[in-house]
Design a binder for this molecule. Structure first.
Ligand code: ATP
Length: 281
């Protein structure tokens, strides 16, 4: 379904965001990408829908290379769920979900927002499937809670029945219980529709609970790739580096709903760079 072939991405300032990532994600898999902040998770996802271009290597979706000439053909096949929901705040729930059909619409229908009856019915069915009743259809999304907004985001992502869904930290701004419910919903929807999911997360406990497979990055490299049960203290240390084994276990026991906490030991404070001292008021 999805193939990363020796993918490296170096930014103009020299930052190596991805460094030789090779992965095959088979159809139907719920694959979670873990890693500390800056490890390259978002960049990896963005190479799949063409928002980031690898410096070397290739990404293929169902055998089609992700390249500018193929993007119009690929985008309807890739649903996207964002950390900050990326909904149109002033538009209604129904309008936002219908927007998920735009990548497959001709321009003459897209500009005036001429959605077909089939699309409207599909949007209603999806809104119900994600647990939002009819009373929510015409509510502005700005009036919804974070969890409800992400349900709208999930419904929108499935509008075109994409075989592949990318979810970039979909629960980062939600409380632990809502995070659990939203991931449960995402996995159920993906299973029912046979979709493959590549989902970046910070919460190891949620990854262990929902993933079929965990791929962990550190500094743009894959440092763990395996079943959630195989992600033990050694993998934790490989991914999060400085965190001690004991604090790792305490921070994120299996089944807990908290995010990994930073190591508790006090760190010596380095001196402020000279440039910052000059910024005194
Ligand atoms: N436009 C850019 N120019 C230079 N460096 C960038 C740019 N965008 C991202 N980076 C760097 O690339 C690396 C990977 O970033 P990325 O956003 O993929 O990490 P991440 O694992 O998703 O982090 P987070 O969990 O904090 O969202 C980081 O070092 C980041 O600072």
């Amino acid at each position: 379904m999805l193939c990363f072939d020796s993918v490296a991405l170096r930014h103009a300032d020299g930052t190596r965001a991805l460094d030789g990532v090779s992965l095959d994600v088979p159809a139907g898999q719920f694959c979670v990408v873990l890693g500390a902040s800056g490890a390259g998770k978002s960049t990896l996802l963005r190479t799949v829908n063409g928002l980031a271009r690898p410096t070397t290597g290739a990404v293929r979706v169902q055998g089609t290379p992700v390249a500018p000439r193929n993007l119009a053909r690929l985008r309807p096949r890739i649903g996207m769920i964002h950390q900050q929901f990326n909904l149109v705040a002033r538009a209604t729930v129904a309008q936002n979900v219908l927007c998920g059909a735009l990548p497959a619409m001709p321009l003459w229908r897209m500009l005036p927002g001429l959605f077909t009856d089939t699309a409207r019915r599909k949007a209603c069915a999806l809104i119900e499937a994600v647990g939002l009743g009819e009373e929510h259809l015409l509510r502005r999304v700005s009036e919804l809670s974070g969890g409800q907004q992400q349900r709208v985001g999930i419904a929108r992502a499935f509008m075109l029945d994409p075989p592949l869904v990318l979810a970039d930290e979909p629960v980062a701004s939600l409380d632990p219980q809502t995070s659990h419910d939203v991931l449960d919903l995402l996995r159920r929807q993906a299973r029912e529709r046979g979709a493959t999911v590549l989902c970046s997360l910070h919460q190891l406990d949620l990854a262990r609970e929902f993933a079929d497979r965990i791929v962990a990055l550190r500094k743009g490299r894959v440092v763990f790739d395996g079943a959630p049960q195989a992600f033990g203290p050694a993998a934790f240390e490989a991914v999060y580096g400085r965190m001690a084994e004991a604090s790792a276990t305490a921070a994120s026991p299996v089944g807990s709903r908290s995010s990994p906490a930073p190591a508790l030991s006090p760190q010596p404070q380095p001196p402020l760079p000279a440039g910052l001292l000059e910024l005194a008021p």
